[in-house]
Design a protein around this ligand. Structure first.
Ligand SMILES: *[C@@H]1O[C@H](CO)[C@@H](O)[C@H](O)[C@H]1NC(C)=O
Ligand SMILES: *[C@@H]1O[C@H](CO)[C@@H](O)[C@H](O)[C@H]1NC(C)=O
Ligand SMILES: *[C@@H]1O[C@H](CO)[C@@H](O)[C@H](O)[C@H]1NC(C)=O
Length: 758
């Protein structure tokens, strides 16, 4: 039995009891203040997303123009006093409604109009851009690609900062087929080919160039579906093949994020998704979101993803990078695959040797050749008390003598790690040691520094701190050891990966899955450093942004193999075959704490593409199955807006998220309460019998209504119910974990269970 101190806002304790994992919080989840909530000052004009019913008439016969005229009929008049048109986008595919410039009062006046459903003010979303812009690491993670079908004929719609079409990752070597007949999209770039089949940008009422000037969209596209590029790398450190997860899939680019910060308005994001659905993509790849939790009915990603599943398109989105703070997670709707980030078993190593002979392993992408591992004095500018010196911000070292010394800087603050290296270099420092603050834990980055550098964990930082405090004239040396494979523990969950429990989705475990998202090599829009070893632009980047396209590419491979599977079935296949143990057979660790990761940190676990290809059984759902859930959370108007039909919730049952046919199970229990949770399994394998086993979370008596499920044929459904009884042995406010496992001779179908005691 072990207890952890989750050093952030919530104190979590994790107990390991037989097979059941348990998580408890000693305080309520953090409540998020709505920093973007603006006053509804009378007369302030903002862009609202307005949901209305579809125009009457046969939808097949209506033109986009008819939708636009209908949408305009809701506006008080077509222009603002300035003469600017009010309507920005009219949506037909992603949702029924429009984006328009309106005041709060004008929206209020619209509410009584026949056909109005609901409206919300748009916000700006951002790419899940990394903590530091430039990373260096190793070549991609190859083993798991080999058995996939490369996604031939699939179209991945990338909603991002655009693409660099002439990059070798996206050239057409003649081996790709023409786009499938269903493709209705177009390309506003000259270099489109059978790899990049569509490219269009949305920015207000304009359509700028979809070319990428940020790098994020190019990187994400390359990870999802880039061609194999041999000898990819940077600064000679990465030698190997860079290739997307679905290298034979087509890419369609929808540019909606702009500038170095990669920011986009939700009206434009919906316009991009609207176009992707119209064009006929198979997968929506969305590495963007809000940095604070937002309700599902007021999120372009969640609304847009529902539009996607109504059209049999798979929505894949990032959990964002606000970890390790609990409950700051985005894109957390039950109909979205919400992806967190894992680290891999690869480090570009540099060893720090302290004057007391203690050795600590860190990382740096810059590995100077023939470096003389000499001792230099160590200095921690943070102890000077100068503002910004702790994190080595620009100017903060000016009054300190760091010349010829190894300078210790905390990661974070207002600068990236490579920026800190530049500051130390400018002050004539010899080298830099970047130390993680407590909440960055064990995640280290191998970045293209320009001076000798080592990025070390918080735990190693503590050892350096202890040495500094107890030794006079402290010294250290650095030894560069290059690329190391098979490092352990791996995989782990990156500290920044967004964590549940979600406060906005009504109670589904999020994230759903984790995939590689630390030091990922992929295409970039330009060369990041002067590199004598290659002239092809690659970069290493980290974030849930980098994890998500791994999943999107895997989804394209799976859809190619299983064209009849619904988006929910594919998601189930990915989740029920995920693994929760690292390469050493231990539970996957959370980098933020170095302790076992809970389901609110890693979801169902780490993606395992080969097994996802043959899951045996799936938990399937159709869009209409969300009606009882949406009615329960929002009522008739919002449910009608999601479903694109008039729904009167009075005539529907209401259900909590617990009863969704979801591949993971989240249940809340009051004192003395008994709850029955139902699930339906669909056989996607052959005739088989599955043994049902449950690992009960602590505090729960858990009983399944059958001990085995017998499937005689493919496509057959079998129901299973699980009765949860609070046995009174744990206190309100605690979370405990367990699992449901269905085992046949050839398949294991695994579901995490998390019980919250209220
Ligand atoms: C502001 O307007 C929005 C959208 O119309 C509404 O949902 C919200 O309740 C309003 N807030 C206040 C403080 O009036
Ligand atoms: C549009 O309507 C608003 C409010 O109803 C009004 O203040 C404005 O003068 C109108 N503008 C035009 C061009 O009619
Ligand atoms: C168990 O419950 C499910 C869901 O209610 C039902 O479909 C199934 O038939 C039940 N199984 C048995 C053996 O009663």
């Amino acid at each position: 039995m072990e207890i952890i101190d989750h050093k952030m806002i919530t104190v979590l304790a994790l107990f390991l009891l037989s097979n059941a994992f348990v998580l408890m919080t000693q305080s309520q989840p953090l409540s998020i203040t709505d920093e973007n909530q603006q006053e509804n000052t009378t007369g302030t004009i903002r862009t609202y997303i307005v949901h209305v019913e579809d125009p009457v008439g046969n939808k097949e016969l209506l033109k986009d123009q008819d939708f636009e005229s209908w949408h305009k009929s809701f506006l008080p008049n077509t222009t603002l006093d300035s003469g600017e048109p009010r309507l920005i986008h009219s949506y037909r595919y992603v949702m029924g409604g429009f984006a328009a410039k309106l005041t709060h009062e004008e929206v209020k006046a619209m509410e009584s109009m026949e056909g109005f459903l609901y409206a919300w003010p748009e916000q700006q979303l951002a790419g899940a851009t990394t903590r530091s812009p430039d990373f260096l690491g190793l070549s991609e993670w190859q083993g798991l690609w080999r058995t996939s079908s490369y996604g031939t004929g699939m179209i991945i719609g990338v909603v991002d900062t655009g693409i660099t079409p002439n990059h070798p990752s996206f050239t057409d070597d003649g081996s790709l087929p023409a786009p499938p007949l269903k493709w209705r999209g177009f390309c506003t770039l000259q270099q489109c080919n059978n790899k990049v089949i569509g490219a269009v940008a949305f920015q207000g009422r304009t359509n700028p160039s979809p070319e990428d000037d940020n790098g994020h969209g190019t990187h994400v596209s390359g990870t999802a579906a880039g061609n194999p590029v041999y000898n990819a790398g940077l600064l000679g450190q990465a030698r190997g093949r860079a290739v997307g997860m679905a290298p034979k899939a087509h890419i369609a680019t929808y540019k909606v994020l702009y500038g170095p910060g990669g920011l986009g308005d939700e009206g434009d994001i919906l316009a991009g998704i609207n176009q992707a659905i119209r064009d006929g993509v198979d997968v929506l790849q969305m590495s963007l979101g809000s940095r604070r939790p937002i309700p599902l009915d007021q999120s372009s990603i969640s609304v847009g993803s529902f539009g996607a599943i109504l059209n049999n398109i798979f929505p894949s989105a990032c959990a964002m990078n606000e970890g390790p703070t609990p409950s700051v997670i985005s894109n957390d709707a039950p109909w979205v695959l919400t992806v967190g980030a894992s680290s891999m078993d690869r480090k570009i190593k540099v060893t720090v040797r302290l004057g007391n002979n203690m050795e600590l392993d860190g990382e740096s992408g810059y590995q100077p050749e023939n470096y003389n591992s000499q001792e230099f004095p160590l200095i921690f500018p943070g102890s000077s008390g100068i503002q910004g010196a702790e994190t080595c911000e620009a100017g903060s070292l000016d009054s300190l003598d760091v010349q010829g010394k190894i300078v210790i800087c905390l990661a974070g603050g207002n600068s990236g790690n490579t920026d800190k290296g530049e500051v130390v270099k400018a002050a004539n420092g010899e080298a830099i040691i970047i130390v993680n603050p407590v909440n960055y834990g064990f995640t280290t980055f191998s970045e293209p520094h320009t001076i000798p550098a080592a990025h070390v964990t918080n735990a190693d930082g503590d050892k350096i701190g202890a040495y500094l405090r107890t030794w006079q004239n402290p010294v250290a040396s650095l030894t560069f050891k290059g690329t190391q494979l098979g490092t352990s523990p791996a995989p782990t969950v990156a500290f920044f990966s967004g964590r549940g429990p979600s406060l906005n989705n009504g109670g589904v475990i999020k994230p759903d899955i984790i995939g590689p998202g630390v030091n990922i090599l992929a295409a970039w829009h330009r060369q990041v450093v002067q590199d004598p070893t290659t002239n092809i632009a690659f970069n290493f980047d980290s974030g849930t942004s980098m994890a998500t396209p791994h999943l999107s590419g895997i989804v394209a491979d799976l859809r190619n193999n299983h064209p009849a599977w619904s988006p929910a079935a594919i998601k189930s296949a990915i989740m029920t075959t995920a693994y929760t143990q690292d390469a050493n057979g231990n539970r996957i660790l959370d980098d933020a704490t170095g302790r076992p990761a809970s389901f609110f940190v890693m979801g169902a676990g780490h993606v395992n593409p080969d097994r996802a290809n043959d899951p045996g059984l799936v938990y399937d759902m159709q869009p209409i199955d969300y009606v009882p859930y949406l009615c329960n959370m929002y009522g008739s108007r919002t449910t009608s807006a999601f479903i694109r039909q008039r729904i009167n919730c009075r005539y529907w049952k209401k259900e909590t998220a617990e009863q969704l046919n979801y591949p993971s199970i989240a249940v809340s229990l009051q004192a003395g309460e008994t709850k029955t949770i139902e699930r339906t399994l669909t056989n996607v394998g052959g005739a088989e019998t599955y043994a049902v086993s449950v690992n009960a979370p602590n505090g729960v008596n858990l009983v399944a209504n059958s001990t085995s499920l017998v499937f005689a044929s493919t496509g057959e459904n079998q129901g299973l119910s699980l009765e949860f009884t609070n046995n009174g042995l744990v206190s309100p406010g605690e979370f405990w974990e367990g699992s449901l496992i269905l085992n046949s001779a050839t398949h294991t179908v695994w579901s995490p269970i998390s019980v919250t005691f209220v």
